[in-house]
Every structure is written in C-alpha cells, then in structure tokens.
Design a protein around this ligand. Structure first.
Ligand SMILES: Cn1c(O)c(C(=O)NCC(=O)O)c(=O)c2ccccc21
Ligand SMILES: [Mn+2]
Length: 250
C-alpha cells in the first residue's frame, strides 16, 4: 500500500542513508508510519536471521510471560513472546550490530536534515538496546497497546522483521496499527523478511500483534527524544528518592 517503499540496498552508502532518511521523514510526517522493504538486502538479512536463530536455540531468550489458554479447564498456559536484549557488542550479534549502526546513521540523518517537519521538535541522539523478540507460535500474540503512553522518552519505534515466506493467512502474526487521527483506519503490516518499520512510539500509534501460529522473529530499537528522556529520568529519580525517604520514616 501507499507507504511501502523499496530500498536500493546496493550497499549502504551515505546517499543511500540520505534517501532512506528522506523517505522516513516524509512518511512519519504524513502517516506517522514508514515501511521500507529489502532494507539491508538478502545477504545481511540472512546473516541476522542466522544470529537470531542461534541465540534462540542456545536458550538466550528469557521465558515469555505466562499467558493462559482460552480454555479455562486446561490449566496449561502457553508462554507469550520471548525477548532478549543485546547492545550489539556480543560476539554472536555482529550483523545485528551492523543493523543498529545503520539505524543510528539513518535516524541521526533524519534528525539533522533541514525541513524535517515534526522531527525538528525532537533531538534524537540516544536509543535503547535492541530487543530481539520471538513469538513461539501456538497463537501467542501481543495485546493492543501504545509503546510510550506516558512520556518515558521513547520517540520512534523501529522494528526489523526476519520471517521468510511468512503467510499471514496460515501463520497470522499480523501487526495491526490503529493510527490516531486517521479516523478508525487500521494499517496491517506483515512481518516479512528484511522489512523495516518506523513509527511514532506515543499515543499516535496503538498497535497489536495478532496470534502467531509459526515462530515469528523481530528486532526492535526505540529512539529517545533527549529532552523527554531527561525529564522522565528526573521524575523517576525523584520518585525513588521519595520512596526511599518514606521507607526511612517507619
Ligand atoms: C515482544 N514485544 C512486542 O512484539 C512488541 C510489539 O509491539 N511488537 C510489534 C511487532 O512485533 O510487530 C512490543 O511493543 C513489546 C513491548 C515490550 C516487551 C515486548 C514487546
Ligand atoms: Mn509495541
């Protein structure tokens, strides 16, 4: 649909970075969402998928949160999404690290580009580590939510999908977004291999992951707005100090 773009992934030169940034700036200003296909190219995508599968089979993913099945009588509960966090320096994540470096260059290019519209309100210079997520299938899903509903500092969500030959009809696992201000129009995004997605992390973009019936991998990075992040850290610090003071009184 309208904002699916192809990236000329012929290596990642500066002009490629700038072209991607212009696409992201345009789409986030107009739709609040940007989808780019063939982002890193098959070779890099394959290597990232291999690294993620390697982490999964070596049991590096934390157990997913417990979700009970619909059938109450069966007490067995399936585990939901499994996640693990990497900062990219781990020896088994060299190409995941490459993805993070490319994303950092693209986002910093967006940040510095003249006439970047809504981006001019933000200073995008820090991010989270990368969250590598796996839905083990069996109907595991993620309920409708907003990533950053209460100004925790996260400004842009970036999700890189790794699922080859994904068929939503059989496998489910659709990302359904409910962009605010676009009058109950939903945006359905298939989690297909080498696709990258960017969207505003706040209440502009509620979204859900529909039940997945096959193993579904994705890597997410959140970019902070410096000011909002600093305010959030201050609030968090004050809360901790107040709690500490209260705990001293008794
Ligand atoms: C596993 N997983 C998620 O998949 C999404 C999310 O929105 N995913 C969208 C997607 O994978 O298309 C999340 O937003 C999320 C937030 C905290 C912890 C885990 C999380
Ligand atoms: Mn989310």
């Amino acid at each position: 649909n309208r904002f699916h773009r192809e990236s000329l992934a012929a290596g990642h030169s500066q002009q490629w970075i700038e072209q991607m940034s212009r696409n992201i700036i345009h789409d986030l200003n107009v739709y609040g969402i940007c989808v780019i296909d063939n982002f890193l190219g098959k070779e890099k995508g394959d290597t990232i998928l291999k690294e993620v599968k390697g982490m999964y089979v070596t049991g590096l993913f934390q157990k997913g949160q417990l979700v009970s099945t619909k059938a109450p009588m069966i007490s067995q509960s399936i585990r939901g999404d499994h996640v693990t966090w990497v900062d990219g320096s781990e020896p088994y994540c060299e190409t995941i690290n490459y993805l993070m470096e490319i994303l950092d260059r693209v986002i910093s290019c967006c940040n510095g580009m003249p006439n970047n519209g809504l981006f001019s309100k933000y200073k995008l210079c820090k991010r989270t580590q990368a969250m590598v997520a796996c839905y083990p299938g069996k109907g595991t899903h993620y309920v409708k939510h907003v990533d950053n509903p209460n100004q925790d500092g996260r400004c842009i969500t970036s999700i890189y999908y790794l699922n080859k030959g994904w068929n939503v009809k059989e496998n489910g696992g659709l990302l359904r977004m409910f962009p605010a201000g676009h009058a109950n129009q939903v945006v359905d995004i298939e989690p297909i291999f080498d696709r990258i997605l960017f969207f505003w992390s706040d209440r502009r973009n509620p979204h859900e992951v529909q039940p997945a019936h096959a193993i579904r991998f994705a890597i997410t990075v959140w970019y902070f707005d410096l000011e909002e992040r600093n305010q959030a850290l201050l609030r968090f610090q004050e809360k901790k100090t107040a709690q500490h003071a209260r705990s001293q009184i008794h």
